[in-house]
Write a protein that binds this ligand. Structure first.
Ligand code: 3AM
Length: 171
């Protein structure tokens, strides 16, 4: 299974991000992320075998994720694949620390794909042909979090879909 670890937005924020996505798609084109798929990826794990899924599930279900609040106040893009995202103007220290601590544990569990850089972001559009972040409306949203999700990604009718396999306990 193709897995990743993510934070999932609370319902009101998900709706607001969905509205922003719709607005951005009208302007930039491309494929929008469905509201139910919006997330912040903390660690992409790639293909994991059955034993790995079991080990990750047990680990996630016992994980203590320090509660925090992420401020979303910037638009950004990864221009070549045409990805438009929202994130923070400056890297959020708590999220950077959380990502580092997750990778520390993951490496102990035998997962070794720690990326060289981490840009916390929420993808809203993919393959957007008219990508530009200038002139988009200012945003200032807050994302309270305290739980991590182990997610599976798969393709269905040529679309990426996600399924939650496990969640850390509420903090
Ligand atoms: O959270 P976003 O949408 O930016 O781009 C993929 C998505 O990120 C990323 O993992 C998230 C869940 O699919 N992803 C896919 N393949 C990847 C890879 N080989 C990858 N990230 C790093 N390396």
């Amino acid at each position: 299974m193709r897995l990743f670890l993510a934070l999932v937005p609370p319902p009101a924020l998900r709706r607001r991000l969905g509205e922003l996505t719709e607005w951005a798609q009208a302007r930039c084109g491309g494929r929008r992320m469905p509201d139910e798929s919006l997330h912040l990826t903390l660690a992409f794990l790639g293909e994991v075998d059955e034993a790995g899924v079991e080990a990750l599930t047990t680990w996630v279900e016992g994980l203590n994720v320090p509660a925090g609040e992420w401020r979303l106040d910037a638009w950004g893009c990864f221009c070549h694949p045409g990805i438009l995202w929202v994130g923070g103007r400056t890297p959020d220290t708590a999220l950077v620390n959380l990502q580092a601590s997750l990778w520390h544990d993951l490496e102990t569990l035998g997962f070794g794909r720690r990326p060289s850089r981490f840009v916390p972001h929420v993808t809203l559009l993919r393959r957007a042909p008219r990508l530009e972040t200038q002139g988009l409306p200012p945003i200032d949203l807050s994302w309270p979090y305290g739980r991590l999700a182990l997610m599976r990604s798969f393709t269905e009718s040529d679309r990426a879909r996600y399924e939650t396999l496990a969640r850390s306990p509420t903090t």
